[in-house]
Design a protein around this ligand. Structure first.
Ligand code: KIV
Length: 283
């Protein structure tokens, strides 16, 4: 049975009904279609595409044009999931005007139904301005990858209570600003639990433990397409990279050995007597 279209109202209702929200990233049409058909609630075109599909070291080089291009492709594969597009580094931090214009492009050109941006109190006005024009905003706090240089790398945030208090304030600021949900990334599970209890909007965790209202993962991480990258918070459901590599090796061998293509993969002339080879024969 086909799942109904998921809206931000459904996502918020899931929190009040105690139903967990499942979110995944997607960056292209085939993955979006598969993930959507599997019944995911939210698809995020994350700026993680910088690493997963563009081969950058981090998310910082990703442009608004990159996100729009990939969101368009994902949109074509999505029927029911809520489609959220990430606002890349420096597409919303400079001014409210910039943030509004760029969030608008993700909706208008990309076809997203909501945008995500990183930051708490510092982004409160910007989140509020975007939400006020009717664009749903997903907040993102904790280990925010666009601030890796400030953090000195990908380090769990909020382990000390003074830092934890700031992250709680960030969450409240986002709720007050009108965000419809918040991603909590790379924080201790106790802190994520406290935030989840303190705010009415859903929290969606990544490396934030089991007490969040939902979880988001990078699709490449859970299906084994991120190579050696296997952080503690990721559960790998399949070694997709190995499966693909083995299939490619078999293909190379088949071509080298003359076992592909066979007649089964070939077209024939209409006049049977003109056929150059018999089925199954190698030339
Ligand atoms: O860019 C991304 O994929 C993200 C999620 C992992 C939350 O921000």
């Amino acid at each position: 049975m086909e799942k109904n279209k998921v809206t931000i109202i459904d996502i918020q209702k899931m929190k009040s009904e105690g139903k967990k929200i499942a979110a995944l990233t997607a960056y292209d049409y085939p993955f979006a279609k598969l993930i959507d058909e599997a019944g995911i609630d939210i698809i995020l075109v994350g700026d993680s595409l910088g690493m997963t599909v563009l081969g950058y070291e981090n998310t910082l080089p990703v442009t608004l044009e990159d996100i729009i291009y990939h969101t368009k492709a994902v949109k074509r594969g999505v029927k029911s999931a809520l489609l959220v597009a990430d606002m890349p580094f420096m597409s919303y931090q400079v001014s409210i005007d910039d943030a509004l214009k760029n969030a608008g492009r993700l909706i208008k050109e990309g076809g997203a139904e909501a945008v995500k941006l990183e930051g708490g109190i510092a982004m409160q006005e910007i989140v509020n301005a975007i939400a006020e024009v009717g664009i749903p905003v997903m907040g993102h706090i904790g280990l925010t990858p666009q601030s890796i240089h400030k953090f000195g790398g990908y380090k769990v945030q909020g382990r000390k209570s003074i830092q934890a208090r700031d992250i709680i304030e960030d969450a409240k600021a986002l709720e007050d600003a009108g965000a419809f949900s918040i991603v909590l990334e790379g924080i201790p599970l106790e802190l994520a639990k406290e935030i989840t209890q303190k705010v009415k909007i859903p929290t969606i965790g990544i490396g934030a433990g089991q007490f969040c209202d939902g979880q988001v993962m990078v699709i490449h991480d859970i299906i084994g397409l991120s190579g050696e990258f296997k952080p503690k918070f990721v559960k790998r459901y399949v070694e997709g990279g190995e499966i693909i590599k083995n299939a490619v090796k078999e293909y190379i061998k088949d071509v080298a050995d003359g076992n592909f293509p066979t007649d089964d993969h070939s077209y024939f002339m209409e006049e049977r007597h003109l056929r150059p080879v018999q089925k199954g024969t190698k030339t």
